[in-house]
Design a protein around this ligand. Structure first.
Ligand code: ZN
Length: 406
């Protein structure tokens, strides 16, 4: 199936339950109840939540894919259910080829306790991706055991990354990033790692057609405690996929669709060995992830008589028992930020920055708290007013622009 065939199919089969990234283990269990493929409880999390593996296909090449090792990185978990729906609903040579050539093992939500709180770490407050050697977490032991038992030819380690990574030193957000993880300090290329790199090139080629220049590559520095690095070392071709940011797609529904597409195309390529034509030069052509972005960059604003730029980031804070979120803004940098970009930018040429306290009467209608009326400060919340020729034009409240009618 071509890319466009798969994207068309996606609209028919995508799992309708998912409309946002914050969902819990109980939701996953309900979806698995409907799933007709072979399911196995492979163990439990620290707090006793069941962790499942779904098996499809009967081919000789074993492929292991797991998601949400970090509890707040849920994009690929949604994509896994889309892929399961796709395999359940489709009967064509594309699907038959994959399922006769490969045996797929999916472990969605490896860290259900973290997912419950929508936090990175496990219930033991441990970053599971630094626990591949110590194996303090029961979830880590499960993954290690699975790796030893299945000896997968290929492993997919599915994560989400900070939305503020750019693809190279550009203004382009890295929507998806890849890494063929290193297996030693010297970051050598053995056969395993080379295969992982080649499959990544296949996925990158698919993405460059759809989101040109918005794909990044992680630094391949060896991390001796991480699962990716160790699984590569233990003999599986390990592919890291990180879903980043895509404009205002905060719930990452578009990135979920891209995950669906590239994982299926990767499986097709593994089955047909087509990845083998890709070279290290193709891989090195993917720009590395860089930190050149703010969520909001206000350029050329006049503050205390001088012109400067203000870089503001807006981080998600969980609310309503981690079923939803709100943004918390922080002034991340001030001064000459001409070497940076904003995911959102505002050219404030001609505007003057004033503290909200100058307009306190007006603010009763915008429900601003008293503590937010102070001067704009580095590392504090982004609250201020923009005036032009002495007239109030905008309020910026917690990093959000509000136009004030004149
Ligand atoms: Zn992660």
């Amino acid at each position: 199936m071509t890319e466009s065939d798969l994207l068309l199919a996606y609209e028919r089969i995508k799992e309708p339950f998912f409309t946002k990234r914050r969902f819990k283990h109980a939701d996953l269990v309900k979806l698995l109840d409907k799933c007709s493929f072979q399911k196995e409880e492979i163990g439990q999390s620290f707090e006793g939540r069941a962790i499942y593996k779904i098996k499809l296909g009967a081919g000789k090449t074993q492929v292991l894919l797991w998601s949400q090792m970090h509890g707040n990185e849920a994009t690929a978990t949604m994509a896994i259910f889309d892929i399961l729906n796709f395999f359940a609903a489709s009967s064509n040579s594309f699907v038959e080829d994959i399922l006769t050539g490969l045996t797929l093992h999916f472990v969605p939500m490896l860290n259900p306790d973290g997912a419950e709180r929508f936090t990175r770490r496990t219930a033991q407050q441990i970053d599971m991706n630094r626990d591949a050697l110590a194996l303090v977490c029961p979830e880590s032991k499960l993954l290690k055991k699975l790796q030893e038992k299945l000896k997968p030819a290929f492993s997919f380690n599915l994560h989400d990354q900070n939305v503020r990574y750019s693809a190279g030193a550009t203004k382009n957000q890295a929507a998806i990033s890849f890494l063929a993880t290193a297996y030693n300090e010297a970051t050598d290329w053995n056969e395993n790692r080379t295969k992982a790199m080649q499959v990544i090139c296949e996925m990158n080629a698919v993405l460059q057609d759809i989101i040109p220049n918005k794909v990044g590559r992680f630094s391949d520095e060896f991390e001796p405690r991480a699962f990716g690095d160790n699984i590569q070392k233990w003999g599986s071709s390990l592919i890291l996929i990180e879903s980043g940011g895509y404009d205002s797609d905060h719930e990452k529904m578009y990135l979920r669709k891209l995950n669906f597409l590239i994982i299926l195309k990767a499986l097709e390529s593994i089955k047909n060995d087509t990845y083998k034509t890709r070279t290290l030069a193709d891989y090195n052509a993917i720009p590395t992830n860089q930190k050149y972005l703010f969520d909001l960059l206000i350029r050329n604003i006049k503050m205390d008589g001088e012109i400067l730029d203000i870089g503001i980031n807006k981080d998600e804070v969980n609310i309503d028992n981690a079923t939803d979120f709100e943004f918390k803004s922080t002034v991340e940098d001030m001064g000459d930020l001409s070497t940076f970009w904003g995911i959102e930018e505002f050219d404030a040429t001609g505007f003057v920055l004033s503290p909200l306290s100058e307009f306190s009467q007006l603010l009763t209608s915008y429900k601003v708290k008293k503590e937010d009326l102070g001067r704009l400060e580095f590392e504090k919340k982004a609250n201020f007013a923009l005036t032009k020729n002495g007239e109030l034009c905008y309020l910026v409240l917690n990093g959000e622009f509000i136009a004030v009618p004149s």
